[in-house]
Design a protein around this ligand. Structure first.
Ligand code: TXA
Ligand code: MG
Length: 309
């Protein structure tokens, strides 16, 4: 994949974090490790930098971005923290929970970050490299997952380069992501109720979704697509299929032979990337129990199995 950039890989040591922060402060794009997936970061207060995220990903402009912060103080300067929001942040931050809150009208954010919504998605990540980077930058960072729009999310620098090499300034190499699935997104309403807009590593007590339920504009039916047909709930494999196994169903790539859902989550995108790269024209995936983080895994698999219009 070619583009206008000579994408550099930066080792995530102290010096590397300083270098990545320099690029970001100057308005550049750096793919960064988080505990969930790699993010494609740019300073959230620069229209130009944020526009480059949309361009590099080929992301539709109606799909808003998550803003990553170093501290609660930084978060409180951008959006309204109700008692319920404070409670969720105290319990789960830093960590893989994104809160959708009412944005402050005067918040120092590029308009494109929220894509015209009056709400803002905020997250304080726990990955030590990302935390050090946010501190060093001194500004909040907008960061969607570091993949071409609609494609499989990246959990390693190699995954990032497979789809964005030549389209971004740098990748900050912090190794593989521990959780492997994007953050849980929870909207906190004015009346204190909480709705899950995207299931993820953190399972919360929340009100059931009302209406059509696709409020996170990025939650399109087809997403995480490996570029070939995907068959779910497979217990045996056809000769032309790449099988992704779980538990007793052993595949060419297995999410967790001992049936551990956390391990399965951390390996999900790596197995999908492998399936996408294989010579087999189809992918089949073993059944995953619909419980705990299995709910988020099945959410991603259903979207991976849906063909784009
Ligand atoms: O774990 C994660 O959340 C990763 C890492 C990099 O932090 N980021 C991530 O970003 O998954 P992205 O852009 O791939 O997904 C963000 C989702 C999209 O579905 C978007 O529509 C939704 O968040 N979103 C952003 N702002 C929103 C808002 N104000 N209201 C509702 N949904 C919002
Ligand atoms: Mg994404």
């Amino acid at each position: 994949m070619s583009g206008n950039y000579a994408t550099e890989t930066i080792t995530a040591d102290a010096q590397g974090v300083v270098r990545a922060a320099q690029i970001l402060r100057a308005g550049g794009l750096v793919a960064v490790p988080t505990e969930t997936v790699y993010g494609l970061a740019a300073r959230a207060d620069s229209e130009e930098a944020v526009a480059r995220i949309y361009e590099a990903k080929g992301r539709p402009s109606f799909n808003p971005l998550i803003v990553h912060v170093a501290s609660l103080e930084q978060a409180r300067a951008l959006a309204d923290f109700s008692a319920q929001a404070e409670r969720l942040a105290a319990e789960h931050w830093p960590g893989p929970l994104t809160l959708v809150l009412q944005r402050h009208r005067g918040a120092a954010l590029a308009e494109a970050v929220t894509a015209g919504l009056d709400t803002l998605a905020l997250r304080m990540p726990s990955h030590p490299v990302m935390r050090a980077l946010l501190e060093e930058c001194g500004a909040p960072l907008a960061a969607p997952s570091a993949n071409r729009s609609g494609f499989i999310s990246p959990t390693s620098p190699a995954h990032v380069l497979a789809s964005l090499d030549g389209r971004i300034d740098a990748v900050l190499d912090g190794g593989a992501c521990e959780r492997g699935l994007e953050s849980t997104i929870a909207a906190v309403r004015a009346d204190g109720s909480v709705q899950i807009l995207r299931p993820g590593p953190i399972t919360l007590e929340a009100s059931p979704m009302k209406g059509r339920g696709i409020e996170a504009p990025g939650q399109l039916a087809s997403h995480y697509a490996p570029g070939k047909p995907v068959r779910l709930m497979a217990s045996e494999v056809a000769p032309d299929e790449f099988l992704i196994g779980f538990g007793e169903v052993a595949g060419e790539c297995t999410l967790s032979a001992r049936g551990d859902l956390l391990e399965a989550a951390s390996r999900l995108y790596a197995c999908l990337h492998e399936g996408a790269r294989s010579d087999k024209p189809r992918i089949a995936i073993a059944p995953i129990p619909e419980e705990g983080v299995g709910i988020a895994i099945n959410d991603r698999l259903r979207r991976a199995a849906t063909t784009p219009d």
